[in-house]
Design a protein. Structure first.
Lengths: 246, 472, 459
């Protein structure tokens, strides 16, 4: 909802996902859970269909037997410039900040779940229960991230705590922020560099360079959400890029 | 204290049944005034000009976008003349007495729908078929329509059928509602009118059984007409406007079209009442009582026009998807933005402002002013919708393959032949109605006679009121 | 067909005040039974506040389920009041007279019930004061005026205020009658409530004008309230089957359909429970039945438009959604039941005069309609959510939990209990309307036929 003209910050955070490189290992999912104090997806929660996965890896089969192949697509909050989840929140608990991110204010959220309905990517999660961690895991909680109580919506925040820390440390050390200084949990954990995080306003950043690739597409572009997460389509060895719009 | 003891007689100044019969069915009608003759010749001339315009349109044909004004004119005629009979049907369901004198004027609108059905035929040559490019592009590539797995010329065939059915049912309803008046003409008229009255009355002598039969026929044709009108608006608006614009998905549009049809029908009847009083000598039969009720309903439909428009606007504006934004740009904020705002004022703001004042609505001059403004505004509204749709995608192949309108067309201005068409075709419709009124009385004689039977002005305590019988 | 009774004022007062000056035998046990269910419902709400929304069957992506369905259902039923009292008053239909107060009452109480559901289904209901008034502007905390969930409380609040005012203005003459016939604390209560009603011409004129003005002012509200509720769904492009422009008139006409049917149910109950055979006659059910046919046919046209546009756009996701909604288990069963109960069974029956004049048949068909209309809201809300967009990994269904059914039952008990409590203190059929209709109707002889006649003002 913030236009480019209104943006005053010098950053525009975004991510590029190279579907061709993704092996479906789900290290990103584990890293995100660990970094962001995401409630555990137990079997009970799974049976109630309320599991959390701020980033999830979707697996699509294609091809005919015996040449069956799989395509893995990690999907997290797309941080849409034209987000359908933002205008519908009655209390402004979700809004678009000046750095191109869709942010969620936990203590403002009343839990109407309208934003969850509005999100076409289904990347928003609601705390139906008060989250419980076994005593052994409580020391693992990240002190930089709020632990959400029940009744609150949450979603991928581009690890905003890491962004703030990176900016703070660069200022403290008196140096400019370089591409690669700040990484989200998922991009740091990805073994194949399928996930790349960076600043679109920096023309030399990896995301800016990858955004110019021919294989680039965005999901559900007919909805005109204008996401900040770009995808690079899988390259088929037999020639031509496949994948694209799901 | 029983009410009947509180009632005393009051003087009844209404014209008697004998006077009414003489005026409407008898000798007083044989001569036609020179003013009306001149007006009908004017209409005939304009109609010929309109037909000439159609011919030249075929000669100077540069593509589908040239036909937008023709489509808009037909749509406006369907809106006005098709919606008029509803003014006779709807209050009759509610058993209202005020509508009785104007039911004839309303039902005569159906005569013009036959003209519309005929005039639609040239336009059908320019409407693209659904499956025109399937041989080239593949079986499932066709432009969107409600005719799913369609025969080759689906929208054309169905639209002709639907509009002809509407015309037939409308004419049947107008005929059935006029049978007792034909009988009156047979009994009191002379010359060629008396002969035609005898033929058309078909042995109606007012026996109780015949009245029952008549009421049933009116009810059935009325109900079918309502359903057909809705269905015609559905198919016409979808096939001639919505399906020509890729990405325009608007489920309320047929209903928007229908509601503005009710609004236009009411305006038509109000203008007809005004004309009947001014030139037809009907001052004692239709007056401010009819204007009051008609005006009330026209105010309501004016508000509903805005409501139905806003229902679609808010969904598109809020959604911001590609098709939503393209639709708003094409129809509201893009090439036709000035036309849109003019329509908004003429169809909603100004008539609303005129009609909310009780004194204005309760007069014989107030509602006709609003009615003229509304009819003109609705013509511009149809131009906005249909000209924009017909010029949206220039090439038929693109129309079949484009999902969403990417580029806005330029504003399409009318050329001289479009003006001929816009002036001539409505004149032809109006002329057909006026020709019929040479035989059929402008105000239904039998309805007036019946309302005289069951209503009576009385004095109740100290006030003058009307006693209205409730036969059923 | 008119079945007029000629009644004098003493009879009218005695019969219509039957419920107020003395308590019918069945009243107390019924209210106590309903109170048990109501308290049970509040207990369930308490459990939900205490343990979290996890006790419901809601999940991801079906974030809205039975609660929102029931919310829309009760807002729909509230449209009965305006339809009957305002629109029929402005079109001068005589047969509305016994029904107006009960219909307005149904409006007020069903709106009060409807308001509960968005509040209890929020994740943190104790924080609701961020959402509706009072707003904390001085700390810079503003509501999002662009959200339909902010439009909702304003619309419903306006409707509730207007309806309550309308109800009260129409109650004043009857409160005067009750004041003059009671003693003790009841007399004091009615004295205050009747605001000094004396029944002189000036007060009657003011009361009539107030009634007409409120009727006219409520008409835009009548159309806008359910339109605003429908825009909760229609404005989101993300959910297939929701982003449709026809939602506003569709919901309004559906609301009239279910609301007028609820009035039929209520009228039948009133006639049976209080023995008001002289006032609620088969002719009223006949008139309501004919109104319902018109409304139901309009509703059918709009339903057809909404369903067919899925196919019209040729978009694969929406076609797949409609296919699931209509042809796949378990939705196909629900869809069949919905269509049969909301239209296919009641409406053909209503075409027959014998059915329309049979009160038991009207009672049962009206209940069928409301079952169907509740299912209709459910079928609009849940299938689209469970199959949202082509990300098949997030598709899931919805299991309604016993707690949600309990709260649905609570809502019916709550409305019925409030209506019964009201009936103890205020007459459900307006006395002055009944007396007015006695004065304004007479018999008139035309030829050989004697027919009822009504006195109308000269326009």
């Amino acid at each position: 909802m913030v236009t480019a003209a209104e943006r005053v910050s010098s950053h525009k955070w975004g991510m590029v996902v190279d579907v061709d490189r993704c092996t479906g290992c789900q290290a990103c999912v584990m890293a995100c859970q660990a970094e962001n104090n995401i409630p555990l997806s137990t079997e009970d929660l799974y049976r109630q269909k309320r599991t959390f996965a701020w980033i999830r890896v979707e697996r699509y089969w294609y091809g005919d037997f015996p040449d069956v192949k799989a395509r893995f697509i990690p999907i997290m909050c797309q941080h849409c410039e034209n987000a359908p989840c933002e205008p519908v929140c009655p209390v402004f608990a979700t809004y678009h900040n000046t750095e191109g991110m869709n942010v969620q204010i936990y203590n403002r959220c009343v839990g109407t779940r309208y934003c969850g309905n509005g999100c076409p990517y289904n990347v928003r999660f609601f705390n139906y229960w008060e989250p419980v961690w076994p005593t052994t895991l409580r020391n693992q909680l990240n002190p930089d991230v709020t632990v959400r109580s029940r009744g609150i919506m949450e979603k991928c925040s581009f690890c905003v705590q890491r962004i703030r820390r990176g900016v703070r440390e660069a200022a403290r050390d008196g140096r400019d922020l370089q591409d690669g200084d700040i990484g989200t949990a998922c991009t740091d954990a990805c073994p194949t560099n399928a996930l790349v995080f960076g600043d679109y306003n920096d023309e030399n950043s990896r995301v800016s360079i990858m955004a110019k690739d021919d294989r680039k597409y965005t999901h559900l572009d007919k909805l005109n959400t204008d996401p900040n997460v770009l995808y690079l389509a899988q390259v088929d060895a037999t020639g031509g890029a496949i994948g694209g719009h799901e | 204290m029983a009410t009947s003891s509180l009632i005393t007689d009051a003087p009844d100044n209404r014209p008697s049944n004998i006077e009414a019969t003489a005026l409407l069915a008898g000798e007083g009608r044989t001569a036609i005034g020179t003013g009306l003759k001149r007006f009908m010749w004017l209409l005939a001339t304009l109609s010929v000009i309109g037909l000439v315009g159609i011919v030249f349109r075929f000669i100077n044909d540069d593509g589908r976008q040239e036909w937008g004004y023709y489509a808009a004119t037909l749509a406006w005629m369907l809106t006005v003349f098709g919606g008029a009979p509803m003014v006779a049907i709807a209050p009759a369901i509610a058993k209202a007495n005020w509508v009785r004198p104007v039911a004839r004027i309303a039902s005569l609108g159906a005569i013009a729908t036959a003209v519309i059905a005929l005039l639609m035929i040239p336009l059908l040559f320019k409407l693209p078929a659904l499956t025109e490019f399937s041989e080239v592009l593949g079986d499932d590539v066709r432009r969107k329509s409600i005719w799913f797995d369609s025969p080759r010329y689906a929208p054309h065939f169905w639209n002709v059928l639907v509009l002809l059915t509407l015309a037939l049912v409308g004419i049947a309803m107008a005929y059935v509602m006029a049978i007792p008046d034909f009988a009156a003409i047979r009994d009191h008229g002379s010359g060629w009118k008396q002969r035609w009255g005898k033929k058309l009355a078909r042995g109606f002598y007012g026996r109780p059984q015949q009245w029952e039969w008549l009421k049933m026929r009116i009810g059935i044709t009325g109900a079918i007409y309502f359903a057909m009108l809705l269905f015609t608006n559905f198919t016409f608006s979808l096939d001639f406007a919505v399906s020509l614009v890729p990405g325009w998905k608007d489920s309320v549009f047929p209903f928007y079209h229908t509601i503005s049809s009710f609004q236009a029908g009411l305006a038509f009847v109000i203008i007809g009442v005004w004309a009947a009083r001014r030139w037809g000598g009907m001052n004692q039969y239709v007056g401010h009582e009819q204007m009051w009720s008609l005006g009330k309903f026209m105010l309501a439909t004016t508000l509903l026009w805005f409501y139905f428009f806003y229902s679609s606007f808010i969904v598109f504006w809020y959604g911001r998807s590609e098709s939503d934004s393209a639709t708003i740009k094409l129809l509201v904020s893009g090439p036709y933005v000035y036309l849109f705002w003019t329509v908004f004022f003429l169809v909603f703001i100004i008539p609303w402002w005129i009609m909310i004042w009780n004194k204005v609505r309760d007069s014989v001059w107030g509602p006709p002013i609003a009615a003229f403004i509304i009819l003109f505004g609705l013509f511009l509204d149809r131009i906005r919708i249909y000209v924009a749709s017909w010029s949206a995608v220039p090439d038929d192949l693109e129309l079949a393959t484009t999902d969403i309108l990417q580029e806005m067309p330029d504003t399409m201005w009318p050329d001289v032949f479009d003006v001929f068409i816009m002036v001539g075709l409505p004149a032809l419709g109006l002329l057909s109605i006026l020709l019929v009124t040479r035989l059929v009385p402008l105000v239904s004689l039998w309805e007036i006679q019946q309302s005289r039977l069951i209503t009576k002005p009385i004095r109740f305590l100290r006030s003058h009121v009307m006693l209205v019988g409730k036969p059923d | 067909m008119q079945q007029r009774r000629i009644l004098d004022e003493f009879t009218i007062n005695r019969e219509l005040l039957r419920g107020n000056l003395a308590t019918p035998k069945w009243w107390l046990p019924t209210v106590l039974g309903l109170l048990v269910v109501v308290l049970f419902g509040f207990t369930l709400m308490g459990i939900m506040f205490n343990r979290g929304l996890g006790v419901t069957g809601l999940s991801r992506p079906v974030y809205w389920g039975l609660f929102i369905t029931t919310f829309v259902f009760w807002v729909g039923i509230s449209h009965a009041g305006i339809m009957i009292s305002a629109i029929l008053r402005l079109t001068q239909a005589e047969w509305r007279r016994p029904v107006t107060r009960a219909a307005e009452l149904l409006t007020v109480f069903s709106l009060l019930t409807a308001l509960f559901f968005p509040l209890i289904h929020a994740g943190r209901p104790w924080r609701i004061f961020y959402w509706i008034t009072p707003f904390d502007f001085s700390r810079g905390i503003f509501p999002n005026a662009r959200s339909p969930l902010i439009w909702d409380p304003f619309a419903i609040g306006t409707y509730l205020t207007g309806s309550t005012l309308f109800l009260y203005v129409a109650l004043l003459p009857d409160l005067g009658v009750l004041r003059d016939r009671t003693t003790g604390w009841k007399h004091s209560f009615y004295t205050v409530a009747s605001l000094g009603w004396r029944g002189n011409p000036r007060q009657w004129r003011l009361q009539t004008v107030a009634g007409i003005l409120l009727s006219a002012l409520m008409l835009p509200i009548f159309v806008s309230v359910h339109s605003i509720v429908s825009w909760d769904f229609a404005v989101t492009p993300a959910v297939e089957g929701w982003h449709s422009t026809v939602f506003a008139p569709y919901f309004v006409v559906g609301a009239v359909h279910s609301g007028v049917s609820a009035v039929v149910t209520m009228m039948a109950l009133m006639r049976w429970l209080w023995g008001w055979d002289n006032y609620i006659r088969p002719e009223h059910f006949d008139a309501l039945g004919r109104l319902l046919i018109v409304v139901a046919c309009a509703w059918l046209g709009l339903t057809f438009a909404e369903l067919i546009f899925g196919v019209y756009s040729l978009e694969a996701p929406e076609r797949a959604l409609r296919e699931m909604q209509m042809f796949t288990w378990p939705w196909n069963l629900l869809f069949l039941i919905f269509f049969l109960t909301a239209f296919a069974i009641p409406v053909p029956l209503w075409f027959f005069k014998r059915v329309r004049n049979n009160i038991a048949m009207m009672f049962w068909t009206s209940i069928l309609v409301n079952i169907g209309m509740w299912l209709e809201r459910f079928l609009i809300i849940v299938p689209g959510l469970s199959r949202k967009q082509p990300f098949v990994f997030t598709w899931d269904s919805y299991q309604v939990s016993p707690l949600e059914w309990g709260l649905l039952l609570w809502s019916f008990a709550w409305v019925l209990m409030l209506m019964l409590l009201f009936s103890k203190f205020f007459p459900l059929i307006p006395l002055f309307e009944t007396k007015e209709s006695q004065v304004f109707t007479t018999d008139v002889q035309i030829g050989r036929v004697t027919m009822p006649a009504v006195i109308r003002e000269l326009d």
